[in-house]
Design a protein around this ligand. Structure first.
Ligand SMILES: [Zn+2]
Length: 264
């Protein structure tokens, strides 16, 4: 974990420090080495939250976009008493989970049911083949009438299968922790896969900066809700604009009828 309680204050790990886990209250010790990011670890046992994933630079870079108050927030199911540590929970109630490792779809579903109002951010750099495969599949994205939103006919050719039937939006991040200087690099934006609606998969290409800003302002969920049929309709097939056929009839105001055009 990035934070533990030291004298009841949310504190990051520094060499030799001791603190208390804000989830289970047991003692945790600071681990500050060369290979892993600085973190707090439980003595002897693994993290008290079985959902907890060991953090990488990538997790930390993402979390650092949001205020400390929003990071590592303990959430409890009031009926069952089940508790988990959300990576981010915004003051607007949106949970963001950053996922680097593979996750079993059943496990993924459990977490979606627990957090409800959530999105996933998935590290797309874990497997070398994922990004080239995505780039290839991206060529077949189909335009819609909403800018930046596309229909994906074969999402299984585009994204790892564990994420395909999610009930919440998923942001794929193919940049990882690399510094990219060119906005034209396709790893620059984030790719939001929405929950399937009417068996159709929809992806939005979003600017990283605007995603973070809209999460901070609370607009993210309002603006980026699953696009419904009303606001996104399919455009012409495969991004090739089809020219409308020239009208064959014209309206004649004198007779109030449509009259067949004569060829000149
Ligand atoms: Zn604990």
């Amino acid at each position: 974990m990035k934070f533990a309680l030291v004298e009841n204050i949310k504190t990051t790990a520094t060499k030799g420090a001791k603190g208390l886990c804000s989830n289970c209250g047991s003692e945790v010790i600071a681990k500050c080495g060369d290979f892993k990011v600085n973190h707090w670890a439980h003595k002897g046992i693994r993290n008290c939250d079985p959902w907890w994933e060991n953090e990488t630079e990538w997790h930390r870079e993402w979390k650092g976009n949001f205020s400390n108050d929003w990071q590592e927030v303990i959430l409890t199911d009031e009926t069952t008493g089940e508790k988990h540590i959300a990576d981010i929970r915004s003051s607007h109630g949106l949970v963001i989970e950053f996922q680097h490792s593979h996750i079993d779809p059943l496990e993924r579903t459990k977490r979606e049911k627990f957090y409800k109002k959530m999105i996933w951010v998935v590290d797309g750099t874990r497997l070398k083949r994922d990004y080239p495969r995505f780039l290839k599949a991206k060529e077949n994205f189909r335009l819609t009438n909403r800018k930046g939103y596309f229909i994906v006919d074969f999402p299984d050719e585009c994204f790892p299968s564990a994420w395909l039937n999610s009930s919440v939006p998923i942001l794929f991040d193919y940049k990882g922790i690399e510094k990219i200087n060119y906005a034209s690099d396709w790893r620059y934006p984030l790719y939001c896969l929405f929950p399937k609606s009417n068996n159709t998969a929809m992806v939005a290409i979003l600017s990283r900066h605007s995603v973070i800003q809209s999460i901070i302002t609370g607009d993210f969920l309002r603006e980026k809700q699953e696009p419904t049929k009303q606001n996104v309709t399919q455009s012409t097939s495969n991004n090739v604009p089809i020219r409308r056929p020239a009208p064959t009839h014209y309206y004649d105001p004198r007779s109030g009828r449509f009259v067949k055009k004569r060829r000149l």
